[in-house]
Ligand binder design. Structure first.
Ligand code: NAP
Ligand code: ZN
Ligand code: ZN
Length: 348
């Protein structure tokens, strides 16, 4: 076992603070990773503050992890010592249910083992990437290109795959009018992917100040949702809407902007429920769906796509000690467009 430095939440209301714990020994199928960068996802805030319920403390968040392999288990086949690798939102699953066999481990019948705020098969709590090192089974480890800026790759492990997967599942591309709702960590990746797949992309935002950024990220149009004219002019307009909103809002407002047979996919996970009017759906045979991250195979496909097309996240690198301030800024929609922790700052 190795003792590692980390930051943890001890409960739902106290700021994150320094914490030490032991990582498990490297098993035959494991790799040990020296973490270099870890992205900050809004799901970290939801779970630290127990907004979804069931949080396990102490909690070391972080599921957008990139680093280098420092120890290889004796049976590891697909990775090399010193290799640059990534770890996303889960580190294990049952491996035998229909979802696992279909490479969609995120929908495992037994429940995936979260990278943090979960329990491994021995019942031990899992600790995430706000830490100097992690030990992961090679089956749940991703290859990362040496050709991209590493700090910009980290957010691909959650924000990237969470937006890539539904856009692929619903075959979004040329000829589709797509809206990305909410320009934060997920939203800005959604814009990059949808534009890269050839769709006509509109950002729907509450923040007028993000207009130029949206266009720079690849969006073709930008609209502020607080303006009632925006909503009126865009009625029935979009084939596909990807909603990344992290807080309570009215789904009907966005459903009304779908065209005949249009689909809205919810990836944002506000803790509060929302009332959906039947008439928001039935008048134009609309669909409302959800999507959860992506499987290991598709995450690798997404990382390879990003390497090929030069796609990374736009990041603001912070030191570990700035994490509580970063949370406050995210809650004010003041993130451009992903905070990424320089994990070396944990050793300074
Ligand atoms: P984020 O960086 O904080 O961005 C969220 C954005 O939503 C904000 O920047 C803001 O954009 C918009 N927003 C916030 N409050 C709003 C409100 N009341 N009404 C309308 N828009 C609002 O968060 P994130 O890391 O992208 O995560 C977004 C959500 O996705 C979180 O709930 C997270 O837990 C969830 N998530 C889900 C999955 C999945 O697998 N389904 C994976 C990762 C994250 P504007 O300033 O443009 O309005
Ligand atoms: Zn996440
Ligand atoms: Zn399974």
């Amino acid at each position: 076992m190795t003792t590692v430095n980390a930051y943890a939440a001890q409960d739902a209301v106290t700021p994150l603070a320094p914490f030490n714990f032991d990582r498990r020994d490297v098993g035959p199928h494991d790799v040990q990773i020296e973490i270099m960068y870890c992205g900050v996802c809004h799901s970290d805030i939801h779970q630290v503050r127990n907004e979804w319920g069931g949080s396990i403390y102490p909690m070391v968040p972080g599921h957008e992890i990139v680093g280098r392999i420092t120890v290889l288990g004796e049976a590891v086949k697909n990775f090399a010592l010193g290799e640059l690798v990534g770890v996303g939102c889960f580190v294990d699953s049952c491996r035998v249910c229909p979802s696992c066999l279909a490479h969609e481990e995120q929908y495992c019948d037994k429940g995936m083992v979260g990278t943090y705020n979960g329990r491994d098969k021995e019942g031990n709590p899992t600790y995430g990437g706000y830490s100097t090192q992690i030990v992961v089974d090679e089956k749940y480890t991703l290859h990362v290109s040496e050709d991209l800026p590493i700090e910009g790759v980290a957010p691909l492990l959650c924000a990237g795959i969470t937006t890539y997967s539904p856009l692929r599942h619903w075959n979004i591309g040329k000829g589709h009018k797509v809206a990305i709702v909410g320009l934060g960590g997920l939203g800005h990746m959604g814009v990059k992917f949808a534009a890269s797949f050839g769709a006509e992309v509109t950002v729907l935002s509450t923040s007028k100040s993000k207009e130029q950024d949206a266009l720079n990220l690849g969006a073709h149009h930008f609209a502020v949702t607080s303006n009632p004219d925006t909503i009126k002019n865009l009625q029935g307009h979009f084939d596909f809407i990807l909603s990344t909103i992290s807080a309570q809002h009215d789904y009907n407002l966005y459903l009304g902007m779908l065209s005949l047979n249009g689909t809205m996919v919810v990836v944002g996970a506000p803790p509060q429920p929302s009332i959906v009017q039947a008439f928001s759906l039935i008048g134009k045979r609309r669909s409302l769906a959800g999507s959860l991250i992506g499987g290991i195979k598709e995450t690798q496909e997404m990382l390879d796509y990003c390497a090929e097309h030069g796609i990374v996240s736009d990041v603001e690198v912070i030191n570990m000690g700035e994490i509580n301030k970063a949370y406050e800024r995210m809650l004010k929609n003041d993130v451009r467009y992903r905070f990424v922790i320089d994990i070396a700052s944990l050793n300074r």
